[in-house]
Design a protein around this ligand. Structure first.
Ligand SMILES: Nc1ncnc2c1ncn2[C@@H]1O[C@H](COP(=O)(O)OP(=O)(O)OP(=O)(O)O)[C@@H](O)[C@H]1O
Ligand SMILES: [Mg+2]
Length: 234
């Protein structure tokens, strides 16, 4: 795997709070509170914690979709707070894949078109034929080789979630952030999806973080870290 570029993400003393909106009212609650985390290339773990504890907030910071109120987000040794929006967006499209709590597929586009959307954000757009070929291989790999041209409405929940997984992988990210990826799936489909993510972590060496409130799912990812009072334990 020597040809795969290594990548790491580090949170240093990261806090996040939201202003309450009204001046002089109760102080803003710290959702994250001086949190430190290093995610090494190829690593894999789950994050658990009750609803509202800040799991999605944490993933959004790791994925540069949001900025911390305090502290640093460092990607491959670069402090992102010194970068412009465009530079951050570029790092994000090249290095990070997301599977969101809701899959957010575009209903009017086919599965294949949905998967190709992230390639449009790359500074050096791949040849569409090459991107399509990679997409087709990924569809085959997740057992959807015959459903490329269906719209999301013509797919089952499990199939839609697999399309969202392929979309997150199309730009060959080095870090995959999955926020409750199995939330809408039955037990069998949930198990299969996690197996697929773990297999990708093994075979492609991409770091994988799965947020879930389900301890069984977390256990099948591997190590479990708990978000508690704004910090990660375990
Ligand atoms: N834009 C916002 N403005 C104000 N408060 C917010 C905002 N986004 C999130 N919060 C609050 O921050 C806290 C953490 O939210 P977050 O979405 O990270 O929780 P979570 O752990 O992902 O929960 P769940 O398991 O339900 O998805 C919640 O109390 C939420 O209400
Ligand atoms: Mg959440």
């Amino acid at each position: 795997m020597a040809d795969i570029p290594k990548s790491s993400v580090e949170l240093r003393g990261v806090s996040k709070w939201y202003e309450s909106g009204e001046e002089g009212t109760a102080p803003a609650r710290r959702i994250l509170d001086g949190l430190d985390l290093v995610v090494e290339a190829g690593e894999r773990f789950a994050i658990v914690g009750p609803s509202g504890c800040g799991k999605s907030t944490l993933l959004n910071l790791l994925g540069t979709l949001d900025a911390p109120s305090e502290g640093k987000v460092i990607i491959d040794g670069i402090d992102t707070s010194g970068l412009s929006e465009n530079e951050i967006a570029r790092i994000r499209s090249e290095k990070i894949g997301f599977i969101f709590q809701m899959h957010h597929l575009l209903p009017q586009c086919t599965a294949l078109e949905n998967v190709l959307v992230p390639t449009l954000a790359l500074a050096h757009r791949p040849d569409p034929a090459v991107a399509t070929e990679r997409a087709e291989r990924l569809f085959e790999r997740v057992g959807l080789g015959d459903k490329l041209h269906r719209q999301p409405g013509q797919l089952s929940g499990g199939e839609r979630q697999r399309v969202a997984v392929i979309r997150s992988l199309i730009n060959s990210p080095r870090l995959l952030l999955a926020d409750e990826p199995t939330g809408a799936l039955d037990e069998d489909n949930a198990g299969r999806l996690i197996e697929l993510l773990v297999e990708l972590n093994d075979s492609e060496g991409l770091a994988l973080i799965v947020v879930t409130h389900d301890r069984a799912i977390a256990g099948s990812v591997g190590a479990i870290r708990t978000l508690h009072r704004g910090k990660l334990e375990g």
